[in-house]
Design a protein around this ligand. Structure first.
Ligand code: 3PG
Ligand code: MG
Length: 388
């Protein structure tokens, strides 16, 4: 396997460095509500400053503006956090030109139409406007996007390497690419959007001893097994894919575990009850796992050596439907002997909302879509450009 080009003092010293971070942080009423992507970029930014970079230029996207300026999505909002964490003045640049400040933060890359289509002219505009001598890709969570600010500078001939965050994500996630069975591996998959998870489930159906399925994802699997899920959310077009995943796990003699009981209500505000999956019908909607399922999932988690978790297993935003996700997080955190990897914006938000700390898990990935695509074995465009 090729290896990453990483940050070294020699690569950095005296250079004008462009760093592509992923500061696509959640915002509410003009405030940053979750800043872990900013905190996790610090090792790279500090390395650059401490090792004598001539200038550090930060690029990021925020949100999904459609090639136009959306004032609420301006990267200016990041300045106070960055200045506090770096202890340096951060110079804001509304375009891709440089002034003589040490640390310069540029405007949201998605305000320009060349960004998403990776227009080589736009990449050259960034390269030449800033005078880039080294490009550092640090935002693992955007590495699955072949956008100009992610791959374009390397393609325009700027020397490129991986930042510390990208490096550490690859280190923790690479062992899961193994094509042979990984002893003691349990995969927990929840959330919705089956479409984004099928490939990764197909991969793990071959290599994980156990796959535990919850969330709306489980409903699609229950339908695949012939169950009535009442009015629950599920993805009809994905049912055949769910059947394939079940068959695949079976043929590899791996366990794939669906809920045997669930918490249902006619709507999230109505009274809820626990029922066996066989009894779901009519206008019932499944919002969480039931106690027997939770107990058996806990048992499997307690005996696992490696756990990888993506997606809440219930409607955790609303009590009492947070029970399953809280119990699963608790079981993972309590198995101190295991290596636990969590990923996906919803999963991280869930554990934080439920009062857990990222330190209770071995590695919390910043990647959502990027993590899933990486684990299914896809070559991520951003990772490819920083390979030796
Ligand atoms: C994310 O939060 O998923 C990344 O920042 C990528 O953003 P995108 O899904 O809008 O490309
Ligand atoms: Mg995304």
């Amino acid at each position: 396997m090729s290896i990453l080009k990483t940050l070294t003092p020699e690569r950095v010293k005296g250079k004008v460095v462009v760093v592509r971070t992923d500061f696509n942080v959640p915002l509410k009423n003009g405030k940053i509500t979750e800043d872990s992507r900013i905190l996790l970029a610090m090792p790279t930014l500090q390395f650059l400053i401490q090792n004598g970079a001539k200038q550090v230029h930060i690029l990021t996207h925020m949100g999904r503006p459609k090639n136009e300026i959306v004032p609420e999505l301006s990267t200016r909002i990041l300045i106070p956090s960055l200045e506090k964490l770096l202890g340096e003045q951060v110079h804001f640049r509304s375009d891709f030109t440089a002034n003589d400040g040490l640390v310069q933060l540029h405007e949201n890359t998605r305000f320009w139409k060349g960004e998403k289509k990776n227009d080589p002219n736009f990449a050259r505009q960034i390269r030449d406007g800033i005078g880039a001598e080294l490009f550092v890709l640090d935002g693992f969570s955007v590495a699955h996007r072949a956008h100009a600010s992610v791959v374009g500078l390397a393609e325009a001939g700027v020397e490129s390497c991986a930042g510390r965050l990208l490096e550490s994500e690859i280190k923790y996630l690479s062992p899961f690419l193994s094509q042979s069975k990984i002893k003691g591996l349990t995969v927990i998959a929840g959330g919705a959007k089956m479409e984004t998870k099928v490939a990764v489930l197909q991969h793990f159906a071959k290599t994980a001893e156990n796959i535990l399925i919850g969330g709306a994802l489980a409903n699609t699997f229950l339908v695949a097994q012939g169950h009535d899920v009442g009015k629950s959310l599920f993805e009809e077009t994905e049912v055949p894919k769910a059947q394939e995943v079940l068959k695949l796990a079976d043929s590899y003699k791996n366990g794939i575990h669906l809920p045997v009981d669930v918490q249902v209500a006619s709507n999230p505000d109505a009274e809820s009850v626990y029922v066996p999956v066989e009894d779901v019908s009519g206008d019932m909607k499944i919002f969480d796992l039931g106690p027997r399922t939770i107990a058996s999932f806990r048992e499997i988690i307690a005996h696992s050596k490696i756990i990888i978790w993506n997606g809440p297993v219930g409607f955790f935003e609303k009590s009492p439907f947070d029970t399953g996700t809280r119990d699963i997080a608790d079981a993972v955190a309590k198995n101190e002997k295991c290596t636990s990897i969590l990923g996906g914006g919803d999963t991280v938000a869930a554990i934080k909302t439920l009062g857990f700390h990222t330190e209770q898990f071995t590695h919390v990935s910043t990647g959502g879509g990027a993590m899933l695509e990486f684990l299914e074995g896809k070559e991520l465009p951003g990772v490819k450009i920083v390979m030796k």
